[in-house]
Write a protein that binds this ligand. Structure first.
Ligand code: ATR
Length: 277
């Protein structure tokens, strides 16, 4: 079923992504496919909003009655200071990527980490509980993932990053986390790349964030990079016989978590996945 634009009415609910730049965002495709698949009278747009606009964005959500907002760079941290309340994850991370309504209040949440956990467990069929996990990188994505791995009860979380201070800060986000070394990654059950190494259009698309000698055949290697589908890291992991997964599913599952907060309905994962494939 498709909702042609001519069906938009005075009752249509509006959700959107805010950030800058925004023109190439994949979110409208994913969310509009989800609304259509569920037969919801909702539409999802993209609004370019730059640094310094967070308070106006929250005011606009209230004034215009926007039903939900996705928040991306560069507003994720700034907007956390203007919502009515933060979820525990958003509070720990001091960052929001999703705004939703609860009892007339605008709540800021961070669905990246939970999106990762849901994507990982959906794709692999393996629970992260009691797993020893190595996280490569310590930027915004890594921080969300470390926090969510803590909540998912991973037994140990090693944060391995070029800049030690950032690794230390990320490791504070979960009781089970500590700063680790490349050598220690060899003993992990799960390896997650959150750095931009290997990403098309990134600073170093031909590099891997981990020397191949630390990869093992019994590991599950998940690269949150999704462009290209097969990164240098994933190729090396495949070569040693490890199970490999690219980042497209995290994109879908963090959007699914937002969809569920907004609509209260179960997200149509297949339709959302088809929209990005
Ligand atoms: P995001 O919000 O997507 O996580 P980010 O906050 O810019 O992006 O973080 C990028 C991550 O990739 C960081 O961990 C960064 O390492 P530093 O903390 O040392 O900067 C890592 N990264 C980027 N380029 C790298 C490189 N050439 N070698 C190693 N790590 C790199």
């Amino acid at each position: 079923m498709r909702f042609p634009l001519s069906t938009i009415s005075g009752r249509t609910k509006v959700a959107a992504v805010v950030g800058y730049p925004i023109a190439h965002s994949g979110s409208p495709k994913i969310h509009n496919a989800a609304f259509t698949a569920c037969g919801l009278d909702w539409v999802y747009a993209a609004f370019p909003c730059n640094v310094g606009s967070a308070s106006q964005v929250v005011a606009a959500m209230r004034t215009l009655g926007l039903a939900g907002l996705s928040v991306t760079m560069p507003l994720k941290t700034e907007i956390a200071g203007y919502v009515d309340a933060l979820t525990p994850a958003a509070q720990a991370l001091e960052s929001c990527n999703c705004l939703y309504w609860d009892n007339g209040q605008i709540i800021g949440d961070s669905t990246d980490g939970v999106g990762f956990v849901r994507a990982f467990e959906f794709e692999t069929g393996v629970s992260l509980k009691e797993k020893k996990v190595a996280v490569l990188g310590a930027g915004g994505a890594a921080r969300s993932i470390v926090e969510a791995l803590g909540a998912a009860e991973a037994s140990e979380i090693l944060v391995v990053n070029r800049t030690a201070q950032k690794a230390k800060s990320a490791a504070h986000l979960a009781r089970q986390a500590r700063v680790g070394s490349y050598e220690e990654v060899a003993a992990a059950d799960v390896v997650i790349n959150t750095t931009s190494l290997g990403m098309e259009g990134g600073p170093d698309p031909k590099s891997s964030p981990l020397p191949a000698q630390y990869l093992r055949s019994n590991q599950i290697v998940y690269d949150i990079v999704y462009q290209p589908r097969q990164t240098v890291l994933l190729k090396a992991a495949k070569n040693v016989g490890a199970s490999t997964y690219g980042g497209l599913s995290m994109l879908v599952h963090q959007a699914a978590a937002a969809f569920e907060l907004w609509t209260g309905e179960k997200a149509p994962i297949k339709a959302m996945n088809d929209a990005v494939c």
